[in-house]
Design a protein around this ligand. Sequence first.
Ligand SMILES: [Zn+2]
Length: 481
Amino acid sequence: MNYVPKIGLEIHAELKTKTKMFCDSPNDPDEKHPNVNICPVCMGYPGTLPVINKEAVKSVLRAGLAINGKLADFTQWDRKNYFYPDLPKGYQISQYKYPLVSGGVLNNVKITRIHLEEDTGRLIHDGDVSLVDFNRAGVPLMELVTEPDITSAEQARRFAEELRLLLRYLEISEADMEKGQLRIEVNISLGNSVSKRADFKKSVLGTKVEIKNLNSFKSVEQSINYEIKRQAGVLGKGEKVIQETRGWNENKQKTFSQRSKEEARDYRYFPEPDLPPLKINEIEDFQNLEKTLPELPWQRRERMEKEYKLPREAVNLLVENKKMADFFEEAISESRAETKKKVTGLTLNYLTSDLAGIMREKYLDFDNLLLTAENFADLITMLSEDKISSRAAKDVLKEMVETGAEPHVVVLEHGLEQTSDDDLIMTAAQKVVEENPRAAEDYKKGKESALQFLVGMMMKETKGAANPQKAVEILQKLLEN
Ligand SMILES: [Zn+2]
């Protein structure tokens, strides 16, 4: 039988605020020393009072606006009561009844709600001993819940990736999954593909299984695909899918049962008595937030596609990395109007392959790059005007990244200016033929690849300065004699 997966996501994102959700302790995800960013409030000492971090509220409201959600007029926090060693107060302050945002759409998936809560501490298991670090306790945590509208693993992954991009464009979270700043939970059940309502009701489908602790986009996709097969297998045998929480074993590529009947847990939610309800409309900080929204990823894709006439794939690649897209646009804006069309493709290629490659190799990002967009644009212009060869450009670029030098300085220093000087190219050709008599013979016997080899040697001889077309011409003439 064919089943239709019904998938919903719950995504937690740690917000990038200066201080924690309800106290002045620093919110520093990079702090390596345990238990330094703590205070009596986030440690839950008796007699302390929480204070709302408006910056965190604002971040969630902006996210809500970006996805066209409805912002709450009124909100209040609730206590979610449970015991766990990483929860110093014995309860988590969350939003149950009055989320900050309701509804909205992202990537064609309906959003149920976005609310704000505080993160827990972190447990570190070391042999027989468990240690607890409270630096993270009380860090603002945004939780976004989708409707179970998603129908495939790939769609779920793409949704999560788009959300990460949005959070980064809004600059409200680094959303780094490896650092646990973005945590994804999946709930999944299989529906019947039958169209008749009555048949659907009769079926034994619809038991929700949760998958927790997914720490990469890949594991989101893989675990869903696994779970679709597993549940279809269970149903195929005429058995019932058990409602439970499952984990993901990366090595075995399998989900495994963790605990059943999660929903039976009673958190005894009740309004947080130590925090005042918020009337969003009456607080000045929360007005006119539309104006604080940047160009959003999907808006940028559409604009860049039109403006630069680039293929969608290239645009996606750029927009995925905001700073790379900024660098691209800055470089293009440096070039003269009449050459813009010509340099767009070159800029894209050198940015996404050569420069990106060098940056990966040297662990650089756009924040600590010595190369400016202006100098990069100059290099591309020299290339498009045949002032340097593409081979030389790669070396020049490398040096520009290392030193921040201007391209024409590097070119002059190393004599890399491309030349069409016949004598100079001829000298190089003669030398190369002399040194590689076998390749020369091979070419004369009709082996085309020998010519490519010899031209390559000429480029090396001239440090990439020879105009490649000229080099081929002169070499051919020489060998045909
Ligand atoms: Zn604190």
